[in-house]
Design a protein around this ligand. Structure first.
Ligand SMILES: Nc1ncnc2c1ncn2[C@@H]1O[C@H](COP(=O)(O)OP(=O)(O)O)[C@@H](O)[C@H]1O
Ligand SMILES: [Mg+2]
Length: 139
């Protein structure tokens, strides 16, 4: 699907959020500035978050929980991970609830930890304001 503006990417995230019931792992692949974080902000909005969700670029992981969001969410950006082993140290998977939705930017940095993700999202830059968004669902 072609997304032709930042606001359309937010809207795509909001729409995607309606398909989530809790517990899904969602990976987001695409280069720096592709729009992964913007899509995640849309997902968080769709889950009822009213604030401006910050990018987890520096702290690697941001957690959200009811009542701020309808379901608990872990939003991670693994760009700064030096090795997949650091996932353990982060305690990421222990930090949420069984029904946490995990939004993972740069999943490649986690080795094969997210190979079983329910949704694999890929964002490719077409030009300054256009992106190609692909959502692949694994059963
Ligand atoms: N169609 C679009 N979809 C998403 N982002 C876009 C689009 N067009 C321009 N942009 C810009 O690209 C940047 C995407 O940033 P961000 O979401 O932080 O990327 P990433 O998390 O993939 O590094 C933002 O500055 C946004 O305004
Ligand atoms: Mg990002």
């Amino acid at each position: 699907m072609i997304i032709d503006s930042p606001s359309a990417m937010l809207e795509a995230g909001r729409a995607f959020a309606t398909t989530l019931n809790g517990g899904e792992i969602v990976t987001l692949s695409g280069g720096l500035g592709a729009g992964k974080t913007l899509f995640c902000k849309g997902v968080l909005e769709g889950l009822g978050y009213l604030g401006d969700a910050p990018s987890p670029t520096f702290n690697i992981m941001n957690n959200y929980a009811p009542p701020d969001t309808r379901l608990p969410v872990i939003h991670a950006d693994l760009y700064r991970l030096n090795s997949p082993d650091e996932l353990e140290e982060l305690g990421m998977l222990d930090s949420g609830e069984a029904n946490s939705i995990c939004l993972i930017e740069w999943p490649e940095q986690g080795g094969n930890a997210f190979a079983h993700a329910r949704f694999r999202i890929t964002i490719a830059v077409i030009d300054e304001n256009s992106r190609k968004l692909t959502i692949e669902e694994n059963s």
